[in-house]
Ligand binder design. Sequence first.
Ligand SMILES: Nc1ncnc2c1ncn2[C@@H]1O[C@H](COP(=O)(O)OP(=O)(O)OP(=O)(O)O)[C@@H](O)[C@H]1O
Ligand SMILES: CC(C)(CO)[C@@H](O)C(=O)NCCC(=O)O
Ligand SMILES: [K+]
Length: 253
Amino acid sequence: MIGNSRLHWALFVDNTLNSAWDTDHLSESDMQQLAKTNTIPLSPSSSRPIFLSPNLPITLVLASVVPSQTKLWQTYPNVRLITLNNIPLKGMYPTLGIDRAIALYGAGKTYGFPILVIDAGTALTFTGADAHQCLVGGAILPGLSLQFTSLGQNTGQLPLLETRLITSLPPRFAMNTTEAIQSGVIYTLLAGIKDFIQAWLSLFPESKIAITGGDGNFFQNFLQNHIPEITEKLILEKNLIFLGMEKILFGNN
Ligand SMILES: Nc1ncnc2c1ncn2[C@@H]1O[C@H](COP(=O)(O)OP(=O)(O)OP(=O)(O)O)[C@@H](O)[C@H]1O
Ligand SMILES: CC(C)(CO)[C@@H](O)C(=O)NCCC(=O)O
Ligand SMILES: [K+]
């Protein structure tokens, strides 16, 4: 899965998800090297490539929301691209992100329809489907890191904060710049997520809510405390997209 910040990899063995990992995006020359040797990068630095034996019928299945990266990967041997046509959901609009469609299908097939997916990635998205596997719609906003980056890069005095350094909630009314940014971004995101969840549950009271993406753990942690009444409906699954791919590719239910 080619995301906006990085590549998400999974190995499927015997039609089943075996393991998953992330790497950085690859340059064109890295890509050519991998295609030539029929290897895939295992670590972020590509320093320990897995050798894919050409004697085995190994296929690279690709889904991408980054057209420039899609183009690079199409030079790789045995590539199959997943598009919206491959997703058994009704009512999709033509420009819907393939990551949203795959995660939604994977969540619905795993936990049941109706379902709401929150993908806390570079962008934070809400995507919902009803009991008939029909897209209800959703919303897109800047994700956690992107909010910090946009403040850090577009102002004269604000520092660039790193998401991974935040381990606890800041005071709501902060008395220093770092905590003021954290408070603004985090409490506003949590309030927004809470509001979307409540709006969804008023339409589909029995629905589960699946949360995924690089910041999935972060939000799940804080949502548990912030909206304890939805705890039992909230499911964190970092591999939602790969569960979706497994079902799309192999029909595993
Ligand atoms: N090693 C890492 N590199 C980049 N982002 C990371 C890393 N570890 C955690 N994150 C968090 O993951 C988020 C990005 O999420 P994810 O990797 O799911 O996005 P993506 O799939 O590249 O983007 P999108 O799904 O929105 O296209 C960032 O906001 C960041 O806080
Ligand atoms: C919203 C993102 C960036 C999330 O990765 C991706 O799904 C995308 O580029 N979507 C296209 C627009 C849409 O889904 O309506
Ligand atoms: K863009």
